[in-house]
Design a binder for this molecule. Structure first.
Ligand SMILES: Cc1ncc(COP(=O)(O)O)c(C=O)c1O
Ligand SMILES: N[C@@H](CCOP(=O)(O)O)C(=O)O
Length: 419
């Protein structure tokens, strides 16, 4: 059975349309991965089918199943992804000087928002009768896909840059994937995975070329809209970090759909944040003539030199009235420590990057102090403890002597007198 609510796959460059019930990645009319495809829907059919309790509890992203491009007779492979909390963040708000909420997508089953897309990929691959699935990854998509492939009983072969954080390499190994650590950058691992997909015919999960992956990511936008209904107001800004640009594009598409269907009465502006050393989407959005294709940032998840989804990301920024800005690695590390120490939310650097973006946007008058901001923390910090050590300065090492504690805090009597 086909996906009744999906109408076509439309090329973002030339508008050519393709049958969505085939496995197709990019538009063959363009070289390489340029002709990214957009999934289009019959929204009347979706609206008829959707019976979610808007403003009510969100058990998982499957609350929005009517919006998801899976066949009605597909066996869904899920670990209960999505349904992540949107936290009030009073301490962080005080520190930043603007009302801030945190959507903690690091609480997904494998510790990253990628699970929203991986559930779709493995479900679709199985439905298409495939038994091997692949992707290129800076680490999170790899870990996520490996977990879902294990759950779905599929073989998983992933390509990661050799210097990926060890936590992100351990995770897919435990999930039973073949982890191929490429001597090179993410961009090189990516090109290799595309080559392999063409030659071996494995199913490719990469969001940048597999048009259905951005569609899974849009449930974060559905949830933000749903949570806005529960809270009674839509935030002025939603802030994401950007690497390939698929995540912000998906989130915007999801929120916009709910707005256009009349489920929610306003839309946020999207703020996309990149690292100074990996700035290609920012550069394209601001019409810089020389786009810097070198990626050098400790925020490994957004260390992307040649983003594959610049078109969709820039469209999200433009349509929402938002913008893109850059932050330094030092700001990212400081943001990781700030988010953790103010709200107990431990993010990897790319997950904390939006917090650094809010600070910069306030300084530059892009965000006003009387606005409301949602930062989306996209990945859990324990995947990259080396960066956490850099962010915090690490532990105090002491001998097992009371005098060592007294050296730090004074004697117990002195500390009691201070209280
Ligand atoms: C934790 C984390 N945050 C942000 C991103 C950026 O997402 P995108 O590449 O879709 O822009 C990624 C990777 O893609 C990621 O793993
Ligand atoms: N930084 C990403 C890159 C690939 O993920 P995708 O979902 O955009 O395909 C990662 O975590 O690997």
């Amino acid at each position: 059975m086909g996906m009744t609510q999906v109408t076509t796959l439309e090329c973002t460059l030339c508008g050519a349309e393709y049958d969505p019930n085939q496995v197709i990645y990019t538009c063959p009319e363009h070289e390489g991965v340029k002709g990214i495809l957009e999934v289009t829907y019959d929204y009347d059919a979706i609206d008829d089918a959707f019976d979610g309790d808007l403003g009510g509890p969100i058990a998982s992203q499957w609350k929005y199943e009517a919006f998801l491009p899976v066949a009605a007779d597909a066996d869904i492979v899920t670990l209960n992804e999505g349904g992540t909390d949107l936290f009030d963040a009073p301490n962080l708000s005080d520190a930043l000087g603007v009302e801030t909420l945190v959507k903690d997508d690091g609480r997904n089953p494998t510790g990253c928002f990628k699970d929203r897309a991986s559930a779709i990929a493995v479900t679709k691959a199985k439905h298409a009768g495939r038994d091997i699935i692949t992707c290129a990854s800076t680490g999170n998509a790899a870990a996520s896909l490996s977990g879902y492939a294990a759950r779905g009983g599929m073989d998983c072969r992933i390509f990661v840059p050799g210097d990926a954080p060890t936590g992100k390499l351990a995770q897919p190994l435990v999930y039973g994937a073949d982890v191929l650590a490429v001597n090179g950058s993410y961009d090189e691992a990516y090109d290799l995975s595309v080559d392999v997909t063409e030659k071996y015919g494995w199913y490719n999960r990469n969001a940048a070329i597999n048009p259905f992956q951005v569609e899974g990511k849009r449930t974060v936008g559905h949830e933000l809209a749903d949570q806005s209904i529960a809270r009674g107001h839509v935030p002025d800004w939603v802030v994401f970090s950007m690497g390939d640009g698929c995540t912000i594009a998906g989130a915007w598409k999801g929120f916009k759909e709910f707005y256009e269907l009349g489920y929610v009465d306003d839309r946020p502006k999207m703020l996309g944040v990149q690292a100074e050393g990996a700035s290609a989407i920012h550069d394209a959005f601001h019409d810089h003539e020389d786009i810097d294709e070198i990626a050098e940032t400790l925020a490994d998840s957004i260390a992307v030199g040649r983003p594959r989804n610049t078109i969709k990301a820039c469209r999200a920024l433009e349509q929402s009235g938002g913008t893109a800005l850059l932050v330094s690695d030092d700001q990212i590390l400081a943001a990781e420590a700030l988010l953790g120490s103010t709200e107990g939310i431990y993010s990897e650097p790319a997950g904390a990057t939006p917090v650094a973006g809010v600070q910069t946007a306030l300084d530059r008058g892009i965000i006003e102090q009387d606005e409301t901001v949602v930062v989306v923390s996209t990945g859990f910090g324990l995947k990259d403890t080396k960066s956490a050590e850099k962010a915090t300065g690490g532990v105090d090492r002491i001998d097992p002597e009371i005098s060592e504690v007294e050296g730090l805090y004074g004697t117990a009597e002195e500390a009691a007198a201070d209280d």
